[in-house]
Design a binder for this molecule. Structure first.
Ligand code: ADP
Length: 256
């Protein structure tokens, strides 16, 4: 919707790897309360774009503005502490730890190591721990993970592991959530489940969402707007159905 505050604003982003121009001047905006799709064939620059907006790669040119603040070149942990959470294309859960403990780890951006120096650390830590537990319990209920909360993550099916990853990202209580192929390796039923959780997270947890997604049915079902990349450039953008049907997009995917 017009007139809402931009959560993320990228302008003129360029990024090269050696002689390869992975991003050639990409600009995009994510508005508050939006589910925004970043799509495009393999190697089109989607992950590089996310790595630039989360501080993992500094851009060679261009600016990144988050919540109205210029964060270009800022370190990843500082960007995360502004209220940005992300999941990764490949699962990054801690094997040997339970579902509950993996989600609890998502709270680490809320723990301030500097407080260790304080005389009041112990009292503070007790309260912090309680607050963390409360948020995590609430997320476990929201994501319907009660039945497997004490299971080691490696014994549960891949679809549920992806759900745990989403729960961990939500545990940080982000204002902006970036999901890199959250449905990879899922069957139809699991995809529909995750799509529902993503919509509910936006509606009930006040989070704006950027999603990299290959499944076009998912993109048209849940995204408000999309940007389509090909070879580091925007080839279409706007309403998902129209953008995906654009002849340039059809051609880019045929060439894959
Ligand atoms: P996508 O996420 O759309 O599949 P990527 O952003 O991963 O695309 O990659 C875009 C291009 O940049 C590809 O040609 C890829 O090989 C290249 N690339 C990405 N990361 C690196 C890197 N760390 N070093 C060298 N080349 C890279």
């Amino acid at each position: 919707p017009v007139g809402q505050q931009a959560v993320l604003s990228c302008a003129g982003i360029e990024r090269s790897f050696g002689g390869l121009k992975a991003l050639k001047g990409v600009g995009l905006h994510v508005e508050e309360g939006e589910i925004f799709g970043l799509v495009g064939p393999n190697g089109s620059g989607k992950t590089t774009m996310v790595n630039v907006m989360t501080g993992f790669y500094p851009p060679n040119a261009g600016t990144v503005t988050l919540f109205g603040r210029d964060v270009t070149g800022m370190a990843p942990h500082r960007i995360a502490s502004l209220g940005v959470s992300r999941t990764f294309q490949n699962l990054a859960l801690f094997k040997g730890m339970s579902v509950l403990d993996n989600i609890l780890l998502g709270r680490h951006t809320h723990m301030r190591p500097g407080a260790l120096a304080s005389l009041f650390y112990w009292v503070w830590a007790q309260r912090e721990e309680l607050a963390n537990r409360r948020v995590v319990e609430e997320i476990i209920e929201f994501m319907q993970l009660e039945d497997i909360r004490d299971e080691p993550v490696e014994v549960i099916p891949i679809g549920l592991q992806k759900r745990v990853e989403l729960a961990r990202a939500l545990a940080a209580e982000p204002r902006f959530l970036i999901l890199d192929e959250p449905m990879a390796g899922m069957n139809q039923e699991e995809k529909e489940y995750i799509a529902r959780f993503i919509l509910d997270a936006r509606d009930e947890r006040d989070v704006s969402i950027l999603i990299i997604e290959h499944h076009m049915d998912v993109v048209t079902a849940i995204c408000d707007r999309v940007v389509v990349l090909s070879y580091g450039e925007i080839i279409a953008e706007g309403e998902p159905r129209a953008a995906i049907a654009d002849p340039k997009v059809v051609k880019a995917y045929l060439g894959e």
